[in-house]
Design a protein around this ligand. Structure first.
Ligand SMILES: Cc1cc2nc3c(=O)[nH]c(=O)nc-3n(C[C@H](O)[C@H](O)[C@H](O)COP(=O)(O)OP(=O)(O)OC[C@H]3O[C@@H](n4cnc5c(N)ncnc54)[C@H](O)[C@@H]3O)c2cc1C
Length: 456
């Protein structure tokens, strides 16, 4: 008898935890496991600001998918561009652009999220995100190149604009990015004796009235004061009105000459979710507490892409925030539910009480709120780095990260610009492949043609 086919889409926090658990708990004869992912690694996203700042190498946060004793999954290198729930077919574009129609009996959707944008003139062309390894590497090179170009320029206005940097988004991703990159430029400028350090200006902007409200009133204020003491100008209740090649206009009327706009103003579920034609809540796929898509047996979704009910919160309609903390645990829970469904056993709802937040601002600067305890300074930094370090999946990744942290603390950075991505288009769309997906109509047509060809 043919083995049931389980297809996992996405190899992030949720997908990898799910896949590893399926490999461990299902016998090879019980199911055929397939994973579709554009990359051969799991990206440890919370440490991306460390990569952008050169504290960690890109390899340290790219955890191999094949380094596991129980690894036996078939991995399709590519991205899912549409899922037809009726015919149970996932349409995949592989890394050579070949289209593959992958049939499944059970599907676990974990494609994560993309950078959320708004209809602001110039944003699509000029904003850079912090969601992929390529974006982090690109931003690092871009920031260093601004120092190189400002150093070489004889034009005072050009120098000023190249040395002014804007980060939009006062959540933990944007705050950590601004903090780490400001440290980078602060340290790097010592190697540019012709540059006036006082010209370097970092702005952190958010439309909300507070930075990282999930930290609570006091810790959020601590983080803000700490960054302001380091010279980062924080503007709250403000957003971007338009972005141009050489300046950014804010909604409060200020026009900032700059060549750098880093956009981390929230996330939106992967566009793959829109191809399903199923119910969504704020763009995330609606699922039951068991992470099953209602009305579609064998279809599961979780992580940033799904609106998983947050039962631990005890509030009606609460959904889990898009964090790695939830995604990893949901990955394990969904694997158990897929296995339960295969074996005709009852599925279990997902329940996890949030453990809190850690925010690493570089050096010994940090604020953390583990299990409701407020920490700042070195203790907060130990908790932040300790948490991330222990969450890395393989021993090799742990060793790489620890060695890199130690090396950086002792020897610092050489601020080398690699130039690898300098000629590449650098928009959010290019890095996050947001236009790769089929529309529901294109998907229906594609599946109909594929079915007709099979019958014929
Ligand atoms: C800078 C930054 C800092 C953060 N810090 C923290 C933190 O401190 N703590 C915390 O809990 N969370 C943090 N987060 C959030 C956390 O990283 C996400 O919530 C988490 O990654 C979500 O897990 P996921 O599995 O849903 O998605 P991801 O981990 O993003 O994985 C999605 C996977 O799907 C793949 N994929 C995408 N589209 C397709 C497709 N069409 N077909 C196939 N594969 C696809 C991607 O390549 C990726 O491998 C941070 C995020 C960022 C960006």
């Amino acid at each position: 008898m043919a083995r049931p086919k389980i297809l996992v889409v996405g190899a992030g926090f949720a997908g990898v935890e799910c896949m590893r658990r399926l490999e461990r708990r299902l016998g090879p004869a019980e199911a055929e496991l397939t994973l579709v992912t554009p990359f051969s690694y799991q990206l440890y996203l919370p440490l991306l600001p460390h990569v952008a700042a050169g504290v960690l190498t890109p390899q340290s946060v790219a955890v191999s998918l094949r380094r596991s004793q129980r690894y036996r999954t078939r991995i399709i290198p590519g991205g899912a561009i549409g899922v037809d729930l009726k015919s149970k077919v996932c349409v995949i574009r592989d890394i050579t652009d070949k289209i593959i129609n992958e049939r499944f009996d059970h599907i676990v959707l974990t494609p994560g999220s993309i950078t959320r944008t708004f209809d602001i003139p110039g944003l699509a062309e000029h904003a850079r995100g912090m969601k992929t390894l390529a974006e982090a590497a690109y931003i690092r090179d871009h920031v260093i190149s601004q120092l190189d170009l400002a150093d070489a320029s004889q034009d005072e206005a050009e120098r000023r604009s190249r040395l002014q940097f804007i980060v939009v988004g006062g959540g933990y991703a944007g705050t950590e990015t601004a903090a780490y990159l400001q440290t980078l430029t602060c340290n790097a400028v010592k190697r540019y004796p012709r540059l006036d350090p006082s010209l370097i200006k970092w702005h952190l902007i958010d439309i909300a009235p507070k930075l990282m409200p999930e930290l609570g009133e006091r810790l959020g204020r601590n983080a803000q004061e700490l960054l302001e003491r380091r010279g980062i100008e924080i503007s709250l209740g403000v957003s971007v009105a338009r972005a141009d090649d050489e300046e950014v206009t804010l909604t409060d009327g200020r026009v900032l000459p700059t060549r750098t706009l880093i956009w981390t103003a929230g996330v939106a579920a992967s566009p793959l979710i829109g191809t399903l034609g199923a119910e969504t809540a704020k763009g995330r796929l609606v699922v039951t507490p068991e992470m099953n898509v209602p009305g579609h047996e064998g279809v599961f979704a979780l992580g940033d892409a799904a609106a998983v009910p947050d039962l631990a919160k005890g509030e009606d309609g609460a959904i889990c925030p898009p964090t790695a903390q939830h995604a990893m645990r949901q990955g394990k829970a969904v694997a158990d539910n897929v296995i339960a469904q295969l074996r005709g056993q009852p599925m279990q709802p997902y329940v996890h009480k949030d453990l809190g937040l850690v925010v690493d601002l570089g050096g010994s600067d940090a604020v953390s709120r583990p299990l409701g305890v407020e920490l700042r300074g070195l203790p907060a930094q130990v908790v932040a780095r300790g948490y991330h370090w222990s969450a890395l999946r393989t021993g090799v990744a742990k060793t790489r990260v620890l060695t890199n942290w130690a090396l950086n603390a002792v020897a610092g950075d050489d601020f080398v610009r690699t130039g690898f991505l300098s000629r590449r288009p650098a928009t959010l769309r290019d890095f996050e492949y947001t236009n790769a997906y089929l529309t529901p109509e294109e998907l229906a047509e594609h599946v109909a043609k594929a079915t007709a060809a099979q019958v014929g």
